[in-house]
Design a protein around this ligand. Sequence first.
Ligand SMILES: [Zn+2]
Length: 311
Amino acid sequence: MTAVKIHGGIDILRLPVNQEEHVFPPWHIKYTQSHILHSKCSKSENSCGDKDASACQFCIFSRTLELPHMPDMVFPNNILTLKHQNGATLQFNALDALKTVSNGKINVQLACAEAWKESRSESSEYLEEKVKPFDWTFTTTYTGTISNFEVQETNERIDVDKLRRRDKILFYHDITMFEDELHDNGIAVCSVKIRVMPTSFFILLRYFLRIDGVMLRINDTRIYHEFGQDYLLREYTSREAKVEDIRAPPSLFIEPSEIAPHLPLTDCRYHKLVIISNKTESVTNNERVKETITGATSMKANTSEADGSIT
Ligand SMILES: [Zn+2]
């Protein structure tokens, strides 16, 4: 570990860039991981110019997101990429994850916000007009960044029983994209885990929010692929509840996988990502046409299947 001097005289501890690549034909899987985002421009006294093609990461994030506050810890280089030999690419990165945070409106239920405000007067600036309103929980509905996939609604579900089998794990990794401690009032964390087995791979992208004494929220994206098939299954679920409505011991509140089954499902979407080879577009889920739930019945019928806390 070495101390690196950046402009402005801030010393930060920089871990060596950590990366690993694995080939599971026809897939190439890679992750990179490095230091947190600087808290100011690392190149110039003011900031990198708008048209500066080599702008620093801080300026790229500030410019792209325009959030009044960034999470305490943002890991711009913590990126997981899966590339199919036909060109289809699936990636998970902090910048795209933060793009779905709502700026300009707070989407936490007012009751929750009020309770939080009452209990934490020192942090109330977030909820008052002197700070531009934004979602200080950094809630993201990110499901990954994809290119060269055709997205189709599907009734096919991830085979949870198959995932629970104790197949040999050829590769496993877990990376954090961003995290915020909400001024010591809880946690908001977004991370991604991957597990590669002899005949399949599985990814869990999770946003977890706990506002102490107020509420819990978990937005999960599960992606499953069986080698040899021309598609991936993607399941998105959103769960949340006020603490007062949760019938489970508070000791579980710090374990997202344990508490998830106790939180009611508030949204779910099921898609097939079909591998194609000729398109070049790259979109985040937010830019896609709003993907709708196929119907209340299918939503109910599949609630239990989505419960499996697999990794
Ligand atoms: Zn800069």
